[in-house]
Design a protein around this ligand. Structure first.
Ligand SMILES: [Zn+2]
Length: 364
């Protein structure tokens, strides 16, 4: 699932294969793979050497596999020659083709962060469970019955798309922060960078000065942060006994703050070309969220001055009155839930539960 906001940054890549985007590491090549649901193309990276490695795979459609095959062919390889896949995170546009690559006869080592590994191994069950848990989540945040039905319909469409473009696959190596991915004479360091998903990773080459950023930092777009119920059980640490939930925007903000001031020469993201102004793009992404958090904070403060509490749904209607498409409404509402998480974490916000179970918020 990809929902993002456009941002001007980065340089658009031209053509399906960009050879050697990092001059100090000529073994790296960028391959663009097509998607049916977005204007953009997902970027995966082939790394020559032993083992022949792919960072991310694209979706499992015929068009994507044909494009991958053509790009590999022009570099002198076939899909079955791939020996290792490193998955930046468990979204289908990044790992959806792993099983199809294995089916060509490739003997693969598949590596993913331990927090996203179960999702790769049980993708179909995961997307169904997340679908089931979305309605109780948005319902707790005040979305009324008639809107829920529209959410449900869009959810069904998204589920069908996810199942057509991704498929479960076994994981051989569960990565942790600081792990090394080795080739004969060099290596990459795994940086756990949660937010977009719980187990999102970046891969760092400090010596050559670059980072593979997956979807955590993109060219020309802002990544979204996931926030969904992990389980239906109440979180014992939560005074309101809310179900346990991944609070992605809190994590994303922390990750981006940690990245500020890095001196990478370039970033190699999953979308939007190669990013030459690395620190600027990281700061722009953080600023994008800070501006939205401040706007929501001001809205809450204004209501608090009038002695009012508000639901996330009421805030959405007040802040985004011109939302027309359901996907806009959905992404704004999920952003609002993430923003409320952040404001609560910062101590600016009090959340309470009404007698009907719906959560209300007011500025502290
Ligand atoms: Zn993603």
């Amino acid at each position: 699932m990809q929902v993002w906001t456009r941002l001007r940054a980065g340089t658009a890549a031209s053509g399906p294969l960009v050879r050697q985007p990092v001059s100090d590491r000529p073994q790296i090549h960028l391959i663009e793979l097509p998607l049916e649901w977005a204007q953009g193309q997902v970027q995966v990276y082939l790394i020559e050497g032993q083992p022949l490695t792919l960072i991310d795979t694209g979706v499992r459609t015929e068009a994507s596999l044909a494009a991958l095959s053509a790009a590999l062919d022009s570099l002198g390889y076939a899909i079955r020659d791939i020996e290792r896949v490193i998955v930046t995170h468990a979204h289908r546009d990044h790992f959806g083709a792993v099983a199809a690559i294995r089916a060509t006869g490739a003997s693969l080592e598949v590596c993913v962060h331990e927090a996203d590994a179960d999702r790769l191994e049980n993708f179909e069950a995961f997307v169904r469970a997340r679908r089931e848990r979305l309605l109780p989540l948005v319902s707790a945040y005040g979305v009324p019955e008639d809107h829920l039905r529209v959410f449900e319909q869009e959810n069904d469409e998204l589920l069908a798309l996810e199942l057509s473009e991704g498929e479960s696959t076994s994981v051989d190596r569960r990565l942790r922060n600081g792990d090394r991915i080795e080739w004969k004479d060099w290596g990459l360091r795994v940086l756990h960078a949660p937010g977009h998903t719980p187990g999102h990773i970046m891969l760092e080459d400090a010596e050559a000065g670059f980072l593979f950023t997956g979807d955590q930092v993109m060219g020309q777009a802002i990544p979204y942060a996931e926030n969904f119920y992990d389980r239906g059980l109440p979180d014992p640490r939560d005074a309101l006994r809310r179900p346990s939930r991944f609070r992605g925007l809190i994590e994303m903000r922390r990750t981006l703050r940690q990245l500020r001031g890095r001196r990478d020469k370039i970033l190699l993201p999953g979308y939007g070309g190669v990013i030459a102004r690395a620190d600027r793009t990281i700061r722009d992404t953080l600023l994008h969220y800070d501006v939205r958090l401040q706007r929501i904070d001001r809205g809450l403060r204004h209501l608090a001055a009038m002695g009012q509490t508000v639901t996330a749904f009421e805030l959405w209607k007040a802040l985004y009155p011109s939302d027309e498409s359901l996907s806009d409404a959905r992404s704004h509402l999920l952003l609002l839930i993430g923003a409320l998480d952040c404001l609560e974490e910062d101590g600016h916000l009090v959340t309470e539960r009404r007698a009907d179970g719906i959560l209300t918020h007011h500025h502290r």
